[in-house]
Design a binder for this molecule. Structure first.
Ligand SMILES: [Fe+2]
Length: 181
């Protein structure tokens, strides 16, 4: 009985090893090519850092906003960080599709963001509008630069970034519309 068990185990291990060897198919050769893959993935990675930084800043404001505009801002910012979460995933996975790992580590995000520090504690509604209008505008401008870069290197990535920017610009309009000017 013991011998049969050992024999079965040996067959099983051999089978797994064979199966794993069978998956050595060099499928990386099917990775899409671009005119300049390094520049394209660098652009995606730097965009990913900014999107993650903004995601956390918007979520922080969604939680801590106070004042007469609480209900409107709380709802709008909840939608905004949800949309940014989807964008983050699309940008990261595009990077992986092009053969480069995606980096979303908190320390790297904090060191790389161009958006500035996120306020701590409760935030007055009008301060949230001012802070997030400025930061969302910066993010939109940053995306414009990446759209130009990827237009030279990979138009499929450029198309993705155009779509991401179009969505962010809608939230920029909605946030700045809390102000009369
Ligand atoms: Fe919430």
């Amino acid at each position: 009985m013991k011998k049969i068990f050992i024999l079965l185990m040996a067959c099983s291990i051999t089978g797994i090893a064979t199966a794993q060897t069978n998956f050595d198919l060099k499928t990386h050769q099917a990775t899409p090519t671009t005119k300049n893959t390094a520049a394209t993935t660098e652009s995606l990675q730097s965009t990913l850092y900014q999107l993650i930084a903004h995601y956390h800043g918007v979520q922080q404001a969604h939680w801590n906003v106070q004042g007469p505009q609480f209900e409107s801002l709380h709802g709008l910012l909840g939608d905004f960080y949800g949309a940014l979460g989807t964008d983050i995933d699309r940008v990261a996975e595009r990077q992986i599709i092009l053969g480069s790992p995606a980096d979303g580590r908190p320390r790297q995000v904090a060191q790389t963001t161009i958006l500035g520090a996120t306020p701590n504690g409760f935030q007055k509604d009008y301060d949230v509008v001012k802070d997030l209008s400025t930061k969302t505008q910066k993010l939109s401008n940053f995306l414009s630069d990446q759209i130009e870069i990827t237009g030279e290197t990979n138009v499929v990535t450029q198309d993705l970034l155009i779509d991401v920017k179009a969505g962010i610009d809608i939230y920029l309009w909605k946030i700045r519309s809390f102000s009369y000017n």
